[in-house]
Design a protein around this ligand. Structure first.
Ligand code: CO8
Length: 260
């Protein structure tokens, strides 16, 4: 398996890839190397048929404290434009058809919060703190944060967070709809891996299509999305795994999936 300068990647039982951001000296700030490493790790995850769900996590103190300010400080606007900083994430993290979870403990700020929101859902430790403090640096979110945060928590909370830079804790994030669940920090990674193993044990085509359907709610109008949902449902009925899934239910046994 490939190794990365800024990530630890482990393959856990049941087809789960555990990807840990590992730049403790900078609270996992997202420099160019982390961007490139995560892009490559997701590309490898997508290509490996044995891997069915991924978890991205950080350290106890920080999921990621944002884009690397020390790397950005001297860049000209043209550099940001030419480098197109996060296009690799758009193609490999956002557009991946396979499911993945962000397991967040400690700070998820700026680009760190934006990275977590690119996941299919977020599991938070009770220590998690989410924020979009870019305004304090004279900028604004640049990796989808203003849009995904607003869709997740609504205008009032998103606007307050973006305009004041206020961080919200795990409980407030749960109440606002930003995270799926809050768990004790000591259990975060193992709980995320267990959740990923549950997803990885599902029929894989159904997992990909369920993901696509829920994402449609953010990308299309209701009538069009419901039409597409119906077609995707009908496509799934043509798979071997749905015949197996329904037969296994009636025969009171677990399904055995082919991924076809
Ligand atoms: N970039 C670089 N280094 C960082 C970052 C960062 N984002 N965050 C922390 N560090 C470094 C600190 O500089 C420090 O290093 P050193 O010891 O060498 O000085 C080390 O990590 C530890 O940090 P602190 O001493 O500050 O730790 P504290 O526990 O006192 O504070 C905080 C923790 C509150 C998280 C604090 O570090 C902080 O406010 N960090 C910055 C948070 C921030 O503003 N994030 C947003 C960055 S901008 C962004 O993400 C834009 C994304 C869109 C980009 C699109 C590009 C096209």
């Amino acid at each position: 398996m490939a190794t990365y300068e800024t990530l630890l990647v482990e393959q856990r039982e049941g087809g789960v890839s555990l990807i840990t951001i590992n730049r403790p000296q900078a609270l996992n700030a997202l420099n160019g190397q982390v961007l490139a490493d995560l892009t490559a790790a997701f590309s490898a995850y997508a290509a490996d048929d044995t891997q069915r769900c991924a978890v991205v996590t950080g350290s106890e103190k920080a999921f990621a404290a944002g884009a690397d300010i020390k790397e950005m400080v001297d860049k000209a606007a043209a550099d940001f434009f030419i480098e197109d900083f996060f296009s690799g994430w758009q193609a490999n993290l956002v557009a991946t058809r396979k499911p993945w979870i962000a397991a967040v403990a400690g700070f998820a700020l700026g680009g760190g919060c934006e990275l977590a929101m690119m996941a299919d859902f977020i599991l938070a430790a009770d220590t998690a703190k989410f924020g979009q403090p870019e305004i304090k640096l004279g900028v604004a979110p640049g990796m989808g944060g203003s849009q995904r945060l607003t869709r997740a928590v609504g205008k009032a909370v998103a606007m307050e967070m973006c305009l004041t830079g206020r961080m919200i804790g795990a409980e407030e994030a749960k109440q606002s709809g930003l995270v799926a669940r809050v768990v004790p920090a000591a259990e975060l990674v193992e709980e995320a891996v267990r959740t990923a193993q549950t997803i990885a044990a599902m029929p894989p085509l159904a997992a990909m299509i369920n993901k696509e359907m829920v994402n449609l709610a953010f990308e299309s109008g209701l009538a069009q999305a419901i039409q597409i949902e119906r077609r995707l449902f009908q496509i799934l009925t043509a798979t071997d795994d749905r015949t197996e899934g329904m037969t296994a239910f009636i025969e009171k046994r677990p399904g055995v999936w082919k991924g076809r």
